[in-house]
Structures are given as structure tokens and as C-alpha cells.
Ligand binder design. Structure first.
Ligand SMILES: Nc1ncnc2c1ncn2[C@@H]1O[C@H](COP(=O)(O)OP(=O)(O)O)[C@@H](O)[C@H]1O
Ligand SMILES: [Mg+2]
Length: 264
């Protein structure tokens, strides 16, 4: 078992407004969350509710206003090697002047890893994300799905114990999304990482997640309901239990978003 893998968020609140006005608006208020080692957790919520804010606080990119974020009991204060982040917009994170292999190896090169070791590692992850045969292509020659695969490999190659994914398939067409959803489950099963995956899509959440945390609408958003998804992989989207859960969550979100932070 790796060293870093539980994530605990305790009464976390975030206010972007730094001024001393009494009526500060909290984007997040009293968010509580606990992930066991190797758990695949989905943060599900409407657009603008604060999913990216929460993920970026866990990543250590932005500061919190109140509360605690702990990784294996240690308060996080800045980004760390044990947390790998995959963003929605892969265009912004791949270097256009480097090919797929060079992009994937970039972080390892920065760490001064010897060439042979670097190549071995990048090859492993190129295969894992299904990019064999495309190693020499530049980002401009890749489809959206391939860019996203490259982006995932670039994060995985650093072997972080925790994977934070912010709507990674949001910009892709439905078919590519389906393929990558299966792929990400496969990667998780292979690597046993602790994963937080952000989405606003209920079906996506049910296709890939073990546990789903539903966020209420901002301001004062929090995780007000959690579901354990006891369905086998690969998930059958036409199955009765899948659809029952889909309808339940849909109803929950339609009601829950209005009452926001009042429900825990
Ligand atoms: N840097 C920022 N400064 C001020 N407000 C922000 C900033 N980033 C996000 N917000 C606000 O916080 C709320 C939540 O945003 P975000 O976390 O991006 O939501 P989501 O990812 O769920 O769509 C929104 O109202 C957004 O406008
Ligand atoms: Mg977002």
C-alpha cells in the first residue's frame, strides 16, 4: 500500500472575497469528505457550484478560508508530488512543440531521470492509455480524445498516489467520452489509486464511480448526499438498477440544489 492515499476534508469553507465586508459570500461552506485508500470518488454537481474550487483546494493550488484538508492525516499547504491533476482543457497543458512521448516524459526529464528509465516508464503509460503508435505525433495532430489520453499519461507517469480529475472528458464527443470512461476505470483498476473525479453528468458518475458525492448549488455549496454505487464494472447503462439510481440522483439533484447548504 502506498504512503499517501486517504483524503479528509473537514468543515471546509471558501470565500474568494478577501475584503472585510460582513456579508461575504461563501462559494463552499462546511464541505466534509472522506476517501479511503484506492477509492474512486465522484464529485457531482451543477455547473458553478464549486467543484473546481474544491478540487483546486485539495490540489493545493488555491487557499481555503476555513476548515481542514488532510492527506493521510497531514494538513496540506501546497501542491505535492503525491497528487496528480488532470484538467478539462488538455490543449492548455500539453506543450505544442513536444511530441506525445516528449510531453509525457517532460516531468521525468525535469526530475533528471536517466533516459533508459524514462523511456521505460513513458512506454508503460503510453500503453496503459492506448496511445501506442502515436508517440511521435504533436498535439496539433491529435484528436481531442488522444490529447486527453496524452494528458492522463503525462500525469500518471509521475506515479502520483492520488489522481484528481476535473471534468476531464467535458469537451469530448459522446462516443469518445464512453471509450475514455471505460479506460479510466481500467486505469484505476490497474493502478489502485485514490481518485476524485469531477463531473456534472449523472450518467458519467454512475458509469465510473464507486461513491458519488452530490454537491448543492453555490453559494454555500457542500456535499449534502453520498451514494455508494454497488454495481459491477463495466456498468450496464440500460440495466434496471442503473436507471433506478440515475432517477434517484436526478430527483435528488433537482430538489437538493434549491436548498443548498441546509442539507447534510
Ligand atoms: N478565482 C475566482 N475568483 C472569484 N470567484 C471565483 C473564482 N473561481 C471561481 N469563482 C466562483 O466560484 C463559484 C464556483 O466556481 P467553480 O469552482 O469553477 O464551479 P464548478 O467547477 O462547479 O463549475 C462560481 O460562482 C465562480 O464564479
Ligand atoms: Mg469546474
Amino acid at each position: 500500500m502506498s504512503q499517501f492515499n486517504t483524503i479528509t476534508v473537514k468543515n471546509l469553507s471558501k470565500c474568494y472575497d478577501q475584503s472585510n465586508v460582513e456579508e461575504k459570500k461563501y462559494v463552499l461552506e462546511n464541505v466534509n469528505l472522506h476517501l479511503k485508500p484506492g477509492e474512486f470518488y465522484i464529485l457531482l454537481g451543477p455547473s458553478g457550484c464549486g467543484k473546481s474550487t474544491l478540487l483546486n483546494i485539495i490540489a493545493g493550488f488555491i487557499s481555503k478560508t476555513k476548515g481542514e484538508v488532510l492527506i493521510d492525516g497531514q494538513e496540506i499547504v501546497k501542491p505535492g508530488r503525491e497528487r496528480g491533476i488532470v484538467f478539462q482543457n488538455s490543449d492548455a497543458s500539453l506543450f505544442p512543440w513536444l511530441n506525445v512521448r516528449e510531453n509525457i516524459e517532460f516531468g521525468l526529464k525535469m526530475k533528471k531521470m536517466p533516459l533508459v528509465q524514462r523511456e521505460k516508464l513513458s512506454q508503460k503509460y503510453i500503453q496503459l492509455v492506448g496511445l501506442e503508435g502515436h508517440e511521435k505525433k504533436y498535439p496539433s495532430e491529435l484528436s481531442g480524445g488522444m490529447k486527453q489520453r496524452a494528458q492522463i499519461a503525462r500525469v500518471l507517469v509521475n506515479e502520483p498516489e492520488i489522481l484528481l480529475m476535473d471534468e476531464p472528458f467535458g469537451a469530448l464527443d459522446a462516443q469518445t467520452r464512453r471509450v475514455l470512461q471505460k479506460e479510466v476505470v481500467h486505469i484505476w483498476q490497474q493502478t489502485k489509486k485514490t481518485v476524485i473525479f469531477v463531473t456534472h453528468d449523472i450518467q458519467e458518475a454512475l458509469i465510473i464511480g464507486q461513491k458519488i458525492g452530490i454537491m448543492s448549488k453555490s453559494p454555500s455549496a457542500c456535499i449534502y448526499q453520498e451514494y455508494d454505487v454497488h454495481l459491477q464494472y463495466p456498468r450496464d447503462v440500460t440495466g434496471r438498477r442503473f436507471n433506478l439510481l440515475y432517477q434517484t440522483i436526478l430527483g435528488e439533484m433537482e430538489n437538493g440544489v434549491e436548498i443548498g447548504g441546509d442539507r447534510i
